[in-house]
Design a protein around this ligand. Structure first.
Ligand code: SF4
Length: 249
């Protein structure tokens, strides 16, 4: 690797850590790197990458929106598992039906249950920063969960709850047909791959789900508790960006 490429790699890594609020990243070093690579001064202005269009044909987006709408209608006021009893809102998922990148978490938390939207609490804010650090906007990706209703007290969903609800997620994946999936945390990764392997051994390695590459990594809520793991997540995310051929403008 040439020296300028090494400097660029360090620059990207520092921007990511800084965007995620890692305060040990010295801003003066970041600014020096910015000037060396001839980039912008602010870590907030992360350039938008070139992503291939996942809805190339006219009408694709409308069709996918319609299919997602019909799926939501099929789920209805779902009481297929016990999680319905204490939910405020069923959290279907949100984002771009033509998303190239799909994020999958385990289930709604308190804020998500109250608002009916995925990843809107503190962990959601961190996920938004990760998305931005990838050079994307939140509205360009799709975000969903393994279970659509909040497990009481934020406990893990039970196996029978996952088994009942994951069919809806599979249908969402089939409709959106993303280029890559990022599975956030142990429950998401284990549920998708039907394994009891630990997230520590699952993360960082692509696997396939119905022909779609899936990168498991740590859940943003885990990063809030263990900020040191942000570096590991960045490595996983970099693999996704490389696989998509994401290039900064
Ligand atoms: S978690 Fe899924 S299966 Fe259970 S009630 Fe909610 S939508 Fe239905």
């Amino acid at each position: 690797m040439e020296q300028k490429d090494i400097v660029r790699e360090i620059h990207h890594a520092f921007k990511f850590y800084h965007a995620l609020g890692v305060e040990s990243v010295p801003i003066e070093v970041l600014e020096q790197l910015n000037s060396i690579v001839g980039k912008e001064k602010s870590s907030a202005d992360i350039p938008i990458p070139d992503l291939p269009d996942s809805c190339p044909a006219p009408g694709d987006e409308t069709l996918k929106e319609k299919q997602l709408f019909e799926l939501r209608a099929t789920i209805g006021d779902c009481h297929r598992c016990g999680l319905a009893a204490k939910r405020t809102h069923l959290v279907f998922g949100a984002g771009n039906p033509c998303a190239k990148v799909m994020f999958i978490g385990e289930g709604p938390g308190r804020d998500e249950d109250l608002q009916g939207q995925p990843f809107v609490g503190a962990a959601g804010e961190l996920l938004t920063k990760i998305i931005m650090a990838m050079g994307l906007k939140r509205r360009e990706v799709y975000i969903a969960n393994v279970v659509k209703c909040r497990p009481p007290g934020n406990r893990d969903p039970e196996p029978d709850e996952v088994e009942t609800c994951i069919e809806f997620l599979k249908k969402q994946i089939e409709i959106i047909a993303p280029g890559v999936i990022i599975a956030l945390g142990r429950v998401a990764a284990q549920s998708i791959f039907e394994t009891d392997e630990k997230i520590g051994s699952l993360r960082g390695k692509f696997r396939q789900f119905h022909g779609i590459p899936v990168m498991p990594t740590y859940h943003p809520a885990y990063l809030l508790r263990y900020p040191r793991a942000k570096e590991t997540v960045w490595k996983d995310v970099q693999q996704v960006m490389a696989m998509l051929g994401v290039k900064e403008k």
